[in-house]
Design a protein around this ligand. Structure first.
Ligand SMILES: Nc1ncnc2c1ncn2[C@@H]1O[C@H](COP(=O)(O)OP(=O)(O)OP(=O)(O)O)[C@@H](O)[C@H]1O
Length: 259
């Protein structure tokens, strides 16, 4: 049942002055798929995410989400359509509790504005209660409710990553972009993360595109992988096809592919 495209990029190019960071990227991520975007450092992966989420306006090419051309849209419009992301470095609100981190994202989705929160209007109180309930329910679904009132940054690293993903889920996405979710994790945490990603894909009916350097994670959960090298797509295929592709092996030469 993986026929419909959830995310398509058509010949995306991103130039920074004389540097072509991404050169003609054409992705096709099917609904319900977990897809991977890999490549050595500086290959253009995060730049691709920035173009998909509207942070960068591509030099050339188009981004289609659910068959809609979202290339000209601003990041908040793209989020509202159902695209969420996490970042390479964890970006939690450090002075807030686990629950508050998720409530903030819920407020954003509900369109709570500062004025109504200052005057504590009835509409704000209603939305705030709804945000609280939904955030708490979400924490239950990702098994973080037992730490709901702890300071977000006091959690162990693996749980902070899980919280960051939960916060992205608070915007009710259809497509989730994960930028190096396994970065800095020990083998046990990486294994748990793999199970967690599959679990949320099924539970929340998500399509997932992830950037990841950790090859065991990529090969373990991605159904389709695109490999970038110096901005150029050098391979697309299943984990098995990618692992035996000579161009990929060459691009990673000097890098321990099983590391
Ligand atoms: N805003 C920018 N201005 C100028 N150059 C940039 C900008 N963003 C990225 N680059 C350059 O574009 C290239 C691709 O960078 P990018 O961060 O997309 O790579 P990456 O594949 O995500 O790398 P890593 O795996 O190390 O995170 C690099 O040469 C980088 O220096």
């Amino acid at each position: 049942m993986q026929n419909k495209s959830m995310l398509k990029t058509d010949n995306l190019v991103m130039q920074f002055g004389g540097l072509t960071a991404v050169s003609g990227l054409s992705l096709d991520v099917k609904e319900g798929q977990i897809a991977g975007l890999i490549g050595p450092n500086g290959a253009g992966k995060t730049t691709a995410f920035n173009m998909i989420t509207g942070v960068y306006s591509p030099t050339k090419g188009h981004v289609y989400f659910n068959n809609e051309d979202i290339t000209p849209y601003k990041p908040n419009k793209i989020t509202n359509l159902g695209v969420a992301r996490t970042f390479q470095n964890i970006r939690l609100f450090s002075s807030m509790s686990v629950l508050e981190n998720v409530i903030v994202a819920k407020h954003l989705r509900m369109g709570v504005n500062i004025f109504e929160s200052i005057i504590m209007s009835p509409s704000y109180k209603r939305k705030d209660k709804q945000a609280y309930d939904e955030a708490y329910q979400l924490l239950k679904e990702v098994q973080l409710e037992d730490v709901a009132h702890e300071l977000a940054t006091s959690l162990p690293y693996g749980k902070q990553r899980r919280l960051e993903i939960a916060r992205a889920l608070a915007t009710n996405p259809k497509l989730l972009l994960l930028d190096e979710p396994a970065a800095g994790m020990n083998p046990q945490e990486s294994m748990e993360l793999m199970h967690f990603i599959k679990e949320i894909r099924d539970k929340f009916k998500l399509t997932i595109l992830m950037i990841e350097h950790h090859m065991k994670v990529v090969m373990g959960i991605c159904e389709n992988i695109t490999v970038l090298d110096h901005g150029v797509t050098i391979a697309v295929g299943s984990p098995k096809e990618i692992q035996s592709n000579p161009k990929v092996i060459e691009a990673y030469l000097g890098v321990d592919i099983d590391a």
